[in-house]
Write a protein that binds this ligand. Structure first.
Ligand code: FAD
Ligand code: FES
Ligand code: MG
Length: 275
């Protein structure tokens, strides 16, 4: 069992939990995830580490409450325990001095983007960070990301803060202004990552995306997380979760991520009825 030391709602449907797990915290690197099983008879789900502290012996996760298991996590308070945590899993973000790195994220994915952009900054890069949300209230980790940004852009769909429009508009503008861009890093909904990869491809700007296929074991055994990269099958959990955005078959990933929707709806209905 893993004790929750802090529980906080970042928005009405995003829970942030800091959990005591010293053996994971001491090995964790930016870009990695953990498999979380909230309760003994619950399912395991992958969640990126939004932060980790070897000193405190804790890892932090932030989950958007979309279905049964994330809603179960959403009810957990400080002092409660999570049944099981496995990790750190997946390959860490490849860090080096690229030069100008443009990182792009939105909504819940801003929590996941933060440790990565912090690591880009610590590796000596000039960090240009573009963050977006539907509205100002849903902007998360804004101050944290800004604190590791050389240049910082905010976008909201409704214009309540920053640029009125999409994160991709800002990227297009930077490219149109001939800004030197050595790497683009995008984390977010599949459609957003596909749009970003399509924008950078004609300019040959190296683009890394963090994929979210359905994972069961998270260690390369089940094959659930198969993704197609340059026509070849790769496993999201052990070969990723980050891949070259220009080589990803996003349509295949979109279709595969929808394959259990009927079962997910039944699980959520049962969970809500049991309350
Ligand atoms: P469900 O109703 O069961 O599912 C809702 C949707 O979530 C599904 O349609 C499917 O697209 C996706 N999903 C369901 N089960 C899984 C699964 N086992 N693995 C992956 N996707 C699934 N979400 C966050 O909110 N925060 C994170 O930090 C985060 N990090 C992730 C890191 C990785 C490497 C991956 C692969 C996914 C990550 N996700 C993250 C997505 C998260 O795992 C799903 O939202 C979660 O599993 C949904 O579970 P549920 O039971 O609440 O919802
Ligand atoms: Fe089972 Fe990747 S989650 S092989
Ligand atoms: Mg589920």
């Amino acid at each position: 069992m893993y004790e929750i030391v802090k529980s906080e709602k970042l928005t009405p449907d995003v829970i942030k939990l800091e959990i005591r797990a010293p053996h994971i915290a001491k090995k964790a690197k930016a870009g990695q995830f953990i498999m979380v099983t909230p309760t003994e008879h619950g399912e395991r789900i992958p969640l990126t580490m939004a932060d980790f502290s070897p000193e405190k012996g804790t890892v932090t996760i932030a989950a958007l409450e979309v279905g049964k298991t994330t809603k179960e996590l959403g009810k957990m308070k400080a002092g409660d325990s999570v049944f099981s945590l496995v990790g750190p899993l997946g390959l860490p973000t490849h860090l080096k001095q690229y030069g100008n790195v443009v990182s792009i994220g939105g909504g819940i994915d801003l929590a996941l983007m933060y440790p990565v952009v912090r690591a880009f900054k610590q590796s000596g890069n000039h960090t240009i960070n573009i963050v977006g949300a539907r509205n100002e209230k849903l902007l998360m980790y804004e101050k944290e990301i800004q604190s590791v940004s050389n240049e910082f852009f905010v976008c909201t769909d409704d214009g309540s803060k920053g640029h009125h429009g999409f994160v991709s508009d800002v990227l297009k503008k930077l490219i149109a202004e001939n800004k030197k861009i050595d790497l683009v890093y995008a984390v977010g909904p599949i459609i957003m990552m596909k749009v970003i990869a399509n924008i950078t491809k004609p300019y040959n700007i190296p683009t890394v995306v963090s994929l979210n296929p359905i994972m069961v074991d998270g260690t390369g055994m089940c094959g659930s997380c198969r993704v197609i990269i340059a026509g070849e099958t790769k496993f999201g959990c052990v070969d990723g979760p980050e891949f070259d955005g220009h080589k990803v078959d996003f349509d295949n990933l979109t279709a595969r991520n929808k394959r259990y929707i009927p079962e997910e709806q039944v699980a959520l209905k049962r969970f809500q009825e049991a309350k």
